[in-house]
Design a protein around this ligand. Structure first.
Ligand SMILES: [Zn+2]
Ligand SMILES: [Zn+2]
Length: 215
C-alpha cells in the first residue's frame, strides 16, 4: 500500500556529536532504499534508526569533508555496505579528519577514501528519487549541496540567519557568498533548506533575513 507521502522522499533528521551536526536519513518509503547525509558522529544511533526504518542505505553522502560531518562514515560504510560519495575538493579534510577532530578533543575513526568522487550536476539516485549535486564552495572548497525538488541539503553553506565559517583552511567568504547567491538563492522561495547545524529554514526566509548574505 502506498503511504500518503510516497511522492516525496522521507526525511529523518538527527543531531549528532559534540558539535551538534545535523545528519539526515533520506529515503524512498515505497522501495525502502535511501541515503545518509553527513553522519558526523554517533554511528550506533544512526544504525539503530536505519534498522528501525527497515531500509537499505545505498549511499553515504558528505556535504563537505569536515570531521563533524564525516566522523561516523567509516563504521557506517562497513556495517551498511554502502558507497561513500564526496567531492574531491575536500579530500584533504577527509585524510586529516582524525587529527583535526583530535585537535578539538574529539575522537573519530579516520574517514575512508570515497568510493567515488562526485561533481556539480551529477545525479544521485535512490529508490525513485534523484538528488542533483550542486557545487557550493566557500565554507570549504569541496562543499556540495543535494537538491531534490523543493528541498536542499546544504551542509554548512547556509544556516538559519547565518552562513558557514570561512576562516578554516581554504575557506573563502567571496566564494561562499557567490555560491549562496547563484546556486541557492536562485531556488524557489519555498524551498526548504536542511542545514548542517541548527534549525531548518527556507530560501525565501534567508534571502530576506540572513545576517550575512541577502539576495
Ligand atoms: Zn564544516
Ligand atoms: Zn559543521
Amino acid at each position: 500500500m502506498k503511504s500518503i507521502n510516497s511522492s516525496k522522499p522521507q526525511i529523518q533528521p538527527m543531531t549528532v556529536g559534540p558539535l551538534l551536526s545535523n545528519c539526515y536519513i533520506v529515503w524512498d518509503e515505497d522501495v525502502k532504499q535511501g541515503v545518509i547525509i553527513d553522519p558526523g558522529d554517533d554511528a550506533d544511533v544512526i544504525l539503530k534508526s536505519v534498522k528501525k526504518l527497515d531500509i537499505k542505505i545505498k549511499y553515504i553522502l558528505a556535504t563537505h569533508g569536515h570531521f563533524d560531518h564525516v566522523g561516523a562514515v567509516a563504521q557506517l560504510r562497513r556495517e551498511l555496505d554502502a558507497e561513500f560519495l564526496a567531492h574531491n575538493g575536500d579530500f584533504f579534510f577527509l585524510e586529516d579528519g582524525e587529527n583535526a577532530a583530535r585537535r578539538w578533543g574529539i575522537d573519530i575513526e579516520r574517514p575512508p577514501k570515497p568510493d567515488r568522487f562526485i561533481e556539480d550536476g551529477e545525479k544521485i539516485k535512490f529508490g525513485e528519487f534523484e538528488f542533483e549535486v550542486l557545487h557550493t564552495p566557500g565554507h570549504s572548497p569541496g562543499g556540495i549541496s543535494f537538491l531534490y525538488d523543493h528541498m536542499v541539503f546544504c551542509g554548512d553553506t547556509l544556516f538559519q540567519g547565518g552562513i558557514g565559517r570561512t576562516d578554516f583552511r581554504q575557506g573563502s567568504f567571496e566564494d561562499l557568498s557567490k555560491s549562496i547567491k547563484t546556486r541557492l538563492y536562485t531556488l524557489p522561495d519555498d524551498t526548504i533548506v536542511y542545514t548542517g547545524h541548527g534549525p531548518i529554514t527556507t530560501i525565501g526566509n534567508e534571502k530576506k533575513y540572513n545576517a550575512f548574505v541577502r539576495a
